[in-house]
Write a protein that binds this ligand. Structure first.
Ligand code: XIL
Length: 384
C-alpha cells in the first residue's frame, strides 16, 4: 500500500493538484509492476493529455515500470518545421516517468508515418538529393537523442522499415527513395554517436510472423555486419483475439533470440473487433467500414476469451528470459488507438482496464502469468 500512496503523492506534486485514488482498490502487490518483480519491465504508451487526467495518471503510475510516448517523440511532433524543435509535450511525459521512478523508452527516430515531409522530399514530393536527406536525418537524430541523453533507456531507432510484400525487401518510403536502403544503417550510426549509452532497437509489426520474419532477420544481420550497435528487436504485438497463433509468435521470438538480441513486445494490444486484414498496424491500410458489435459493452463470453488470450500470450512471453520488456499500447479501453484503427469511431475493448479504469479479467490473467513466470523465492533477476 505504501508504494501506491507514494505514487499518488508524487502525482499531485507534478500537477499541483490533489489526485483521487484510482477507482478500484488494489493492493501494491497486486499491480503489474509488483507482479513482474525484477524479471522484466512492463510499460504502457501515454500521451501528454493522459498525464492531466488524474484517475488515469494515478493508475499508470501505480501499474507500470516504463513509458513510451504514443505520439510526442515522433519526428513530426518534435521537428514539424525544419530546425525548430518542440520538446515540451514529450518533456512532460519524461518528467512524469522520472517522478514515478519509471524508465522512458524513445519512440521513434525514423518512421514513414507522422514524419515531416520536408525531411526527405521537396515541395513537389520528389526525393531530396541523398546528401541533403542524410543531413536532415542526422540533424534530427542528433538533436533529439542528445536532448534525451541519460533520460531515455533506449530508442526505437527505425520503425516499420520492412515491406509487407516480398519485394523490395524494404518498404518504399520517402527516406529510402532519397537515401537508399542504407538509411536504416545511417540512423543507427547517428543514434549511437549521439548517445553511446542508449540501447538501440529495430521496431516493427508482424516481424514475428512467418511471412515477414526473414526480411527482418536480413535487416538485423546487415546492421550487425556493419559493426553497428543494436541491442534488441521490438515486436509491436498488435494482435487479435484469434490470430496470430501462439506457436507462430513463438517461432518469431526464437528467431530473434537466436540472433543474440533482447526481444521486446513494444505495443501490445488485442483487437476484439472484426477487420478485413489480419493482425498488424499498417497505418496506410485504414478501413472505411467495419462492424461495431460491442458498443454497449463486451459480452462475458468475449471478455473471458480476451482474458484467456492475454494469459496464453503472457505465459509464452514469460518463458523467455531474453524478453526484457512488454509494453501495452495504452492503459484503458477508453484511451486505446484501436477505437480509431483500422476503422474510425468504433468501441473497442483491447486493453487490461475498462473505460471506468477498472481491471478486467484479462488483467487478472496477466498478473497470474507474471507471478507464475517469476523465479521462486526471490525478486528475480534485474531487467537489463
Ligand atoms: C499510433 C498512435 O497511438 C495514434 O495515436 C496515432 O494516431 C497513430 O499512431 N505502430 C506504431 C505506433 O509504431 O507509433 C502507432 O501509434 C501504432 C502503430
Amino acid at each position: 500500500m505504501r508504494i501506491v500512496i507514494i505514487c499518488l503523492a508524487l502525482t499531485s506534486m507534478v500537477h499541483g493538484q490533489p489526485v483521487p485514488p484510482a477507482p478500484e482498490t488494489r493492493s501494491a502487490d497486486h499491480t503489474l509492476r509488483q507482479a513482474t518483480g525484477d524479471r522484466l519491465l512492463i510499460g504502457t504508451a501515454v500521451t501528454s493529455f493522459d498525464m492531466g487526467r488524474p484517475g488515469l495518471a494515478a493508475l499508470i503510475a501505480e501499474q507500470f515500470g516504463c513509458l513510451t510516448a504514443g505520439n510526442e517523440m515522433k519526428p513530426d511532433s518534435l521537428q514539424h518545421m525544419k530546425g525548430s524543435f518542440t520538446f515540451d509535450r514529450a518533456d512532460q511525459i519524461v518528467a512524469f516517468a522520472k517522478a514515478h521512478n519509471m524508465q522512458m523508452i524513445g519512440h521513434t527516430l525514423c518512421w514513414h508515418q507522422q514524419a515531416p515531409r520536408w525531411m526527405f522530399q521537396d515541395d513537389n514530393g520528389r526525393p531530396l538529393p541523398r546528401d541533403i536527406a542524410l543531413a536532415n536525418l542526422k540533424a534530427h537524430i542528433e538533436t533529439v537523442v542528445k536532448h534525451y541523453k541519460g533520460k531515455v533507456k533506449g530508442w526505437d531507432v527505425v520503425n516499420e522499415a520492412i515491406n509487407d510484400g516480398p519485394e523490395p525487401y524494404l518498404r518504399d518510403t520517402p527516406a529510402r527513395r532519397a537515401i537508399g536502403d542504407d538509411f536504416v544503417l545511417k540512423a543507427f550510426e547517428f543514434a549511437h554517436k549521439a548517445d553511446p549509452d542508449a540501447e538501440l532497437y529495430y521496431n516493427d509489426y508482424n516481424i514475428e510472423l512467418d511471412y515477414k520474419r526473414d526480411r527482418a532477420l536480413r535487416l538485423i544481420r546487415q546492421i550487425k555486419a556493419a559493426g553497428l550497435r543494436i541491442d534488441g528487436v521490438g515486436i509491436q504485438g498488435h494482435w487479435m483475439l484469434e490470430s496470430p497463433g501462439v506457436a507462430e509468435i513463438e517461432r518469431g521470438i526464437r528467431a530473434y533470440v537466436g540472433e543474440g538480441l533482447k526481444v521486446m513486445i513494444t505495443e501490445m494490444d488485442i483487437d476484439v473487433l472484426p477487420r478485413r486484414r489480419g493482425a498488424g498496424a499498417d497505418l496506410g491500410a485504414a478501413e472505411t467500414q467495419g462492424l461495431d458489435p460491442y458498443k454497449a459493452g463486451l459480452p462475458d463470453e468475449v471478455q473471458q476469451k480476451l482474458a484467456q488470450r492475454y494469459g496464453d500470450l503472457f505465459g509464452l512471453l514469460m518463458r523467455f528470459p531474453q524478453i526484457t520488456r512488454v509494453t501495452l499500447w495504452g492503459t484503458s479501453d477508453g484511451d486505446t488507438w484501436l477505437n480509431n484503427f483500422p476503422v474510425r469511431g468504433r468501441t473497442n475493448h483491447p486493453m487490461l482496464f475498462d473505460r471506468q479504469l477498472r481491471p478486467k479479467p484479462a488483467f487478472q490473467s496477466v498478473i497470474q502469468a507474471l507471478q507464475s513466470g517469476r523465479p521462486r523465492g526471490g525478486a528475480g533477476r534485474k531487467p537489463n
